[in-house]
Design a protein around this ligand. Structure first.
Ligand SMILES: [Zn+2]
Length: 319
């Protein structure tokens, strides 16, 4: 599988984008792409002839979904008149390539938005303890795999069960997330047995028990990444916003209500709730020590329940 990853900020215009994609395609299809010098229409026309499985991953900078914007438009020329739909050239390119995916069999196109920040190194350390940066990279790659998965090859064999029993667990990340049935860290990061230490509780609130579990994993299992993963359309947050701070749900909703204050936007509220959890974790003495002395990092992210994308937030706690 040839994978071509494209970030909007790396290209000034359509011409640059096309020549970059063509240069990558030329590695498997020299005859069609080696001296390519055309625009998107020509690129897509030639893509119809590829035989080698190829994935193009396009990261665009705005939260709007360009593919949804052009849904319903039948032809390339309709889509190309992007200005009528308030799209820039890259949005149009995303939409056109995404559409080409429908009729070119070996082609797989993924369009996404994130705020992942700088490139992360790909190499993984060989020792058992995995550094926070490498752990983040692995989670990000896992989420990309999840978004494109058509089957699941994770190792849940009896051999792996025995290996973990005999060798013990060394999870590379601790994930604190909601109990929502749609937000399953092992699935959305494509992680197998023994990879993630997961703490799930409605609204991903961090109380004494969640805190104690996180400290245990970071101190005793030496995980270097602690991730608070909120999500969109969170029932616990919606209940808190609706003022349901009484009765049996109050233990969760009153804590969330404190974190989100008067915020009325559910997405912003979920981000505020994640930030509050990060602050609670960072204020703990043991975790604070591990951050300053032992390479622990505390990060936040939001899982989008409509798309499966995990957006890593910019703020993080590290030494
Ligand atoms: Zn939730």
């Amino acid at each position: 599988m040839r994978e071509i990853v494209v970030r909007e900020e790396s290209f000034a215009d359509e011409e640059q984008l096309c020549s970059y994609i063509a240069s990558q395609l030329a590695l498997d299809n020299p005859a069609e792409f080696e001296s390519f010098d055309g625009g998107l229409g020509e690129l897509i026309a030639r893509l119809s002839d590829i035989t080698h499985p190829t994935r193009i991953v396009l990261r665009h900078e705005s939260l709007d979904d360009p593919v949804a914007e052009v849904e319903g438009l039948a032809t390339i020329s309709e889509v190309s008149r992007g200005e009528e739909h308030d799209l820039d050239w890259f949005d149009v390119a995303c939409a056109l390539l995404e559409r080409a995916d429908d009729f070119i069999e070996p082609l797989d196109v993924i369009v996404y938005y994130d705020d992942l920040g700088d490139d992360e190194p790909n190499e993984m350390p060989t020792n058992i303890t995995i550094a926070a940066r490498a752990a983040i990279s692995r989670l990000k790659q896992g989420n990309v795999d999840y978004l494109t998965a058509r089957r699941d090859d994770r190792n849940i064999s009896s051999g792996r069960i025995r290996e973990l029993f005999e060798g013990g667990q060394h999870p590379y990340a601790v994930v604190i997330t909601c109990a929502d049935s749609r937000v399953v860290p092992e699935h959305l990061f494509m992680a197998g047995l023994g990879e993630l230490f997961v703490i799930r509780v409605a609204g991903n609130v961090v109380g004494d028990i969640e805190l104690a579990s996180a400290v245990y994993a970071c101190e005793h299992l030496h995980s270097k990444l602690l991730l608070v993963l909120g999500h969109t359309h969170c029932g616990a947050i919606e209940s808190a916003m609706a003022g349901e701070a009484h009765g049996p749900v109050a233990a969760v909703t009153s804590r969330i209500a404190e974190c989100i204050g008067d915020e009325r936007d559910p997405y912003v509220a979920s981000v505020l709730n994640v930030r509050a959890a990060i602050e609670t974790l960072a204020a703990n003495d043991e975790l604070h020590h591990l951050v300053s002395e032992d390479g622990l990092e505390i990060h936040g992210a939001i899982y989008h329940t409509h798309s499966g994308v995990v957006d890593f937030l910019d703020e993080c706690i590290r030494a």
